[in-house]
Design a protein around this ligand. Structure first.
Ligand SMILES: N[C@@H](CCC(=O)N[C@@H](CS)C(=O)NCC(=O)O)C(=O)O
Length: 102
């Protein structure tokens, strides 16, 4: 089907999604998740929970989890480091980073 140029695909956003990661400086899982996203060449908004009770509470409220990292792509919770790597292995991460709906 030919789509009019002013119509966008319903599964793609025009701008890359914001990537947020709640993290702690001393966390190895956080380092691994950051490395994977750095390898993908995407900017990440890092939110440190170190000594920040409000940030930690926000992370727990948004994710329902207490461990770091917790990662959100386009506002959607994708989980922690293991979840991020699993998404990459099954081929879904690149699409999510490109703004494709889950
Ligand atoms: N399977 C989790 C493991 C995450 C994890 O165990 N993170 C540690 C820090 S490296 C943690 O948050 N521990 C509890 C805490 O610090 O309150 C993942 O892949 O993200």
């Amino acid at each position: 089907m030919v789509r009019p140029t002013h119509c966008k695909s319903p599964t793609m956003s025009s701008t890359p999604p914001r990537i947020e990661m709640y993290h702690s400086a001393s966390c190895g899982y956080c380092m691994m998740a950051r490395r994977l996203l750095a390898d993908k060449g995407v900017p990440v908004d890092l939110i440190s929970v170190d000594g920040d009770a409000k940030a930690r509470a926000a992370m727990e409220q948004r994710s329902g989890r207490r461990t770091v990292p917790q990662i959100f792509i386009g506002g959607q919770h994708v989980g922690g480091c293991d979840d991020l790597h699993a998404l990459d292995r099954n081929g879904r991460l690149d699409a999510l980073l490109a703004g494709e709906a889950a």
